[in-house]
Design a protein around this ligand. Structure first.
Ligand code: SF4
Ligand code: SF4
Length: 178
C-alpha cells in the first residue's frame, strides 16, 4: 500500500462541509451498526454480540506469541536458568538490568546473586532475550506493569522469575526465531 503525499483536493473537498458530513456519516454508520450488534437477531448464535469490542479488564485479548511484554526470568526446578553471563546487561539499550554474579560450591555455572530489572525504564525491545545464550530471559505476555510508585517497578529476581511451563509457547517461539 502506498501513501500519497501530495494529494490534490477536488473542489468538492475544498468546500469542506460535504467532507465533514461524509465523515459524520461514516462515524454514525459504525455507531448504529455497533448498537445493532447487541440485538439477538443480528448476532451470531451463542455470541453475546457481533461487534469487535473487548470490554477490558473483564475481557482480554488473546495475546499473540510474538508479543513482547515485560521481560521475565525462566525458572526451572525452583532455580533461574540464568548463569549471570551479563550479556543481557550489556545489550540493554535502556541500561535497566543490573546483575551481580555469584558462585555456589559444587556447581559449574554461576548464578545471579542479584538480578534487578527496572521495568520503568525497559523499552521492551527484546534485545536481552535475543542475546541470552541460555534462553533464561524471555519476553512475557505481561502488560499490566504500571505502578504509582516508580520504586515498585525495580524488580528483583524473585519478582522476575516465572516457571518454564508458563512460558512454554514463548520459549518455543524464541527457539524458532533466533
Ligand atoms: S527488553 Fe530491552 S530495554 Fe527491556 S530489559 Fe530487555 S534489553 Fe533492556
Ligand atoms: S544473558 Fe541470559 S544467562 Fe546471561 S545474564 Fe542475561 S539472563 Fe542471565
Amino acid at each position: 500500500m502506498k501513501v500519497k503525499r501530495n494529494v490534490e483536493m477536488t473542489v468538492w473537498e475544498r468546500l469542506y462541509i460535504p467532507e465533514i458530513l461524509r465523515g459524520m456519516g461514516i462515524t454514525s454508520r459504525h455507531f448504529f451498526l455497533n448498537l445493532l450488534g447487541f440485538l439477538p437477531g443480528f448476532r451470531p448464535e451463542g455470541k453475546k454480540r457481533r461487534i469487535f469490542t473487548v470490554y477490558y479488564p473483564e475481557e482480554r485479548f488473546d495475546i499473540p506469541v510474538a508479543y513482547r511484554g515485560m521481560p521475565v526470568l525462566v525458572e526451572e526446578n525452583g532455580e533461574e536458568r540464568c548463569v549471570a553471563c551479563g550479556l543481557c546487561e550489556v545489550a540493554c539499550p535502556a541500561d535497566c538490568i543490573y546483575i551481580l554474579p555469584g558462585e555456589k560450591a559444587g556447581k559449574k555455572d554461576r548464578y545471579p546473586e542479584i538480578f534487578e530489572l527496572d521495568v520503568a525504564r525497559c523499552v521492551v525491545c527484546g534485545f536481552c532475550e535475543e542475546v541470552c545464550p541460555k534462553e533464561a530471559i524471555v519476553m512475557s505476555d505481561e502488560l499490566e506493569i504500571a505502578e504509582y510508585d516508580r520504586s515498585k517497578m525495580l524488580l528483583d529476581k524473585e519478582k522476575l522469575k516465572r516457571p518454564a511451563y508458563q512460558l512454554g509457547k514463548r520459549l518455543a517461539f524464541v527457539k524458532e526465531i533466533y
